[in-house]
Write a protein that binds this ligand. Structure first.
Ligand code: MTE
Ligand code: MOS
Length: 787
């Protein structure tokens, strides 16, 4: 083997669990082998959106054979609280009920059937109160979860008065169910004394650990949370997995036995929060060319009954309200409404998709008003490279890839030619119309709460030369562990087969942040690299002295010259002195060298002042663009994505196969939110769409028939792990191209003379009503000309 050749890191490796996923051998919480002492945990939740508990009686339920515990708020040994940031979520309801799905009692029994029987024996009397079930009512009743936030630059009010053109409107965006394949689940095992071992499907093991300790009233060092992998999360397990962990731990403590709670699909959809619905009002002033001069954007989100992460989500929405466009005078305000739904929570994009949908609507409408191509309006409003490059909150948009992506994508997608072809098609066809749209994404990478941008790692090398990597991030299907393995292999200069990434464990890496905000690989990757750097220094010293000893009177080797490459360790000044990595490790061990090291990373130079609405919240931005074309059947509203071209910036990909999966999967999940995924409740707040027969996530047929997805090549990202870029959330918002392509096809029904009414999701119903509206306008115009 030639060890002088520069290694090309082995990075196009498949997902480390891919084979196990397809064979069904991957272990999730529900697959962990347990003893016959295991009890089933069951949550009795509120049947009313708003009510007071007048009285209850658990005695009959407790007496049922096979039942081991029935708990109410009074039985919580610690704090009756599980709010993640703001302490406004009781672990079990005490007096007031604020949403359907709120936990009131916990039952542990021999099996699920006995638990359900026990639930029927519980006597409870409610006084039913009137709920608030939409944003407009919440605003009218002054029902909010916090204060208004503002980001402002220039003098938008003045400029709006003098702008040549003014546009006003309102957009409603719908909720979205996470639809992770693995529902919420937790297994708890009581240990010695106060110990509690928690196997949770959580994105945030450290927070789960803390909240379990708080409800049990024990120190945090008595709780261990382990997470092997999640069967998907998409933000839905960032805070809300905590609930199931707290409840399971309470039952386990009360019975002294292992307990497992695993929701079925209906329970999961009913009990958990969703993507926030938003109401967005905009007023925009622009000139003849379509350049935006001023904007006033008001965001209201539906937070549900408690804070959860709503203000962080609102903040990210506000920080993305201008999407990719420079708007000199702008005011963005936001407020979270309190309603009687389960607290809404993180979901891929974290508020940004909702805000971007409004901004892209604005651009689309300006183009229609001026009779110009919307891609052109986008181009002239993009952030510039040297000027017009400061965001409303003051951050400079560095390494702006919008212009280069736009130019390349317009060419590779044959945008102009197809634009004409579509116009021709629409002239020739009465019942089928085509539409196309290009939309950009600029997504800020970092937690906007600056201190969360930290991560830890622990890397062990064993005597046989194998390496075990631990880090604080959680594997939820996004390939984080695979990327960490690729990074470790590249840093050590060894094959990936030598490296294993362990389950995430709070006893190995303490005080971690959630795996969220797409920053899992950025943060943990740097921490892993930091740990490996320390180990390499120690190994280099040990091996340099080994080489020197072997050289006898020859020139001495020094640690600084030791290189790790192609599974070998060698002296770059004297390349004949080399030893395989595997042979080197026992030498280090016998030389009493520590082969275990921790690593740490914090993102430098970021910070955001919430009160002032100014700062540098993001380490950098991810950029991408998509062009989508749809075919619409105007009689049924059926539509098909005939082609989507994506060009997206992932810097130097850590693992191209994984990144491609994130791009395509993120886009399709976004298409679901924009089109078929409609959540409906009845007038009392009962969720109507609580199973896959009424809630339609995308199927294979919703993937674009012609799907051309490419990375922007040749643009490494400075100051990140191996020059990569975060990829988890940004592609989601590229789906707005599909949404606006549908609108474009509807608009073609009226020969682009009328603005189609539109909302999100654009379900078949929305599409047909919009087409009807346009037909009415055509009718009116015809009769007007006849008169
Ligand atoms: N991909 C899969 N397969 N499953 C998931 O649950 N979650 C998304 C995204 N991609 C998710 C996913 C969300 S919401 C985030 S924030 C990121 O992955 C988190 O992982 P990362 O920070 O490692 O990218
Ligand atoms: Mo992702 S919504 O930040 O978990």
């Amino acid at each position: 083997m030639n060890n002088h050749k520069k290694t090309t890191p082995d990075k196009d490796t498949p997902h480390e669990s891919a084979a196990k996923h397809v064979s069904g051998e991957s272990i999730y919480v529900d697959d962990i082998p347990t003893t016959n002492q295991l009890l089933t945990g069951h949550v009795v939740y509120s049947p009313y959106a708003h009510a007071r508990i007048k009285s209850f009686d658990l005695s009959a339920a407790k007496k049922l054979p096979g039942i081991h515990a029935v708990l109410s708020a009074k039985d919580i040994p610690g704090k009756n609280q599980m709010g993640p940031v703001i302490k406004d979520e009781p672990c079990l309801a005490e007096k007031e009920i604020e949403f359907i799905g709120q936990g009131i009692f916990l039952i542990a029994g021999e099996n699920a059937e006995i638990c359900r029987q026990a639930e029927k024996l519980i006597r409870i009397e409610f006084e039913v109160l009137e709920p608030i079930l939409d944003i407009d009512t919440a605003i009218a009743r002054n029902s909010y979860l916090g204060e208004q936030r503002t980001i402002e630059r220039g003098d938008p009010q003045k400029e709006l008065q003098t702008a040549p053109h003014l546009l006003e409107g309102e957009l409603h965006t719908g909720a979205q169910e996470h639809w992770y394949l693995e529902t919420q689940a937790c297994l708890c095992l009581p240990g010695e004394d106060k110990e509690m071992f928690v196997y949770s499907s959580t994105q945030h093991p450290s927070e789960t650990q803390l909240l379990v300790a708080e409800v049990l009233g024990i120190p945090v060092n008595e709780v261990l949370v382990e997470v092997r992998r999640l069967g998907g999360a998409f933000g839905g397990k960032e805070t809300q997995a905590n609930h199931y962990a707290c409840w399971t731990a309470l039952l386990s403590r009360a019975t002294g036995r292992p307990v497992k709670i695993r929701l079925n699909r209906d329970q999961d959809q009913i009990m958990t929060g969703k993507r926030h619905p938003f109401r967005i009002r905009y007023k925009v002033g622009y000139d003849e060319a379509g350049k935006i001069l001023a904007a006033d954007i008001q965001l209201h989100s539906d937070g549900g009954a408690a804070n959860d992460l709503s203000y962080a989500i609102l903040e990210r929405a506000m920080l993305h309200a201008e999407n990719s466009y420079f708007i000199p005078n702008i005011r963005i305000t936001g407020k979270v409404c309190k309603t009687n739904y389960p607290p809404n929570t993180a979901m891929r994009g974290f508020g940004a998709p909702q805000a971007m949908a409004a901004m892209e609507t604005v651009i689309d409408r300006i183009a229609r008003e001026l009779g110009k191509d919307s891609a052109e309006i986008r181009r002239i409003n993009f952030y510039g490279l040297k000027e017009n490059n400061i965001a409303p909150y003051g951050e400079i948009i560095e390494n702006n890839r919008l212009p280069v992506i736009y130019d390349k994508l317009i060419r590779s997608s044959e945008y102009r030619k197809r634009h004409q072809e579509i116009a021709r098609f629409n002239q020739q066809n009465e019942f089928y119309k085509k539409g196309m749209a290009l939309t950009p994404v600029k997504f800020g990478i970092s937690f906007t709460t600056a201190f969360l941008n930290q991560a830890g790692a622990l890397v062990n090398i064993y005597k046989d030369g194998t390496i075990l990597v631990n880090h604080g991030g959680v594997e939820m299907g996004q390939g984080l562990h695979t990327k960490m393995r690729n990074i470790a292999a590249a840093e050590f200069g060894v094959d990936v087969s030598r490296i294993k990434v362990n389950a995430t464990d709070t006893s190995k890496i303490p005080n971690t942040s959630a795996t969220a905000a797409s920053s899992g690989s950025d943060l943990n990757g740097m921490a892993v690299k930091n740990a490996i750097g320390k180990l390499k220094v120690r190994i280099a010293e040990s091996i340099a002295s080994h080489f020197s000893k072997e050289a006898g009177k020859g020139k001495q080797s020094i640690a600084e010259d030791i290189i790790f490459e192609n599974n070998y360790i060698y002296d770059k000044k004297n390349p004949k002195r080399r030893i395989s990595f595997e042979a080197a490790i026992p030498i280090c061990y016998l030389g009493q060298t520590s082969l275990s090291a921790t690593g740490f990373y914090r993102t430098p130079d970021i910070g955001f002042d919430r009160q002032k609405g100014k700062g540098r919240p993001f380490h950098y931005y991810a950029f991408g663009m998509a062009v989508s074309e749809v075919l619409l059947d105007i009689l049924t509203g059926y539509h098909k994505l005939v082609r989507t071209d994506i060009l997206h910036d992932v810097g130097e990909s850590l693992n191209p196969a994984i990144d491609m999966g994130q791009l395509t999967g993120g886009f399709v999940q976004g298409v679901g939110w924009c089109t078929t995924e409609e959540i409906k409740w009845d007038e009392d707040g009962h969720l109507l769409s609580h199973s896959p027969d009424t809630y339609k996530i995308p199927t294979a047929d919703d993937i674009p028939a012609d799907f051309r997805v490419n990375f922007l090549e040749g643009y490494p990202n400075p100051n990140t792990i191996r020059r990569s870029k975060a990829v988890g959330e940004p592609p989601f918002m590229l789906a707005l191209s599909a949404w606006l392509a549908i609108k474009d096809a509807i608009s073609a029904v009226g020969n682009h003379e009328f603005e189609p009414p539109f909302s999100l999701p654009a379900t078949n119903e929305v599409i047909l009503l919009s087409i009807e509206e346009i037909k009415k306008k055509i009718q009116k115009k015809v009769s007007a000309t006849l008169v």
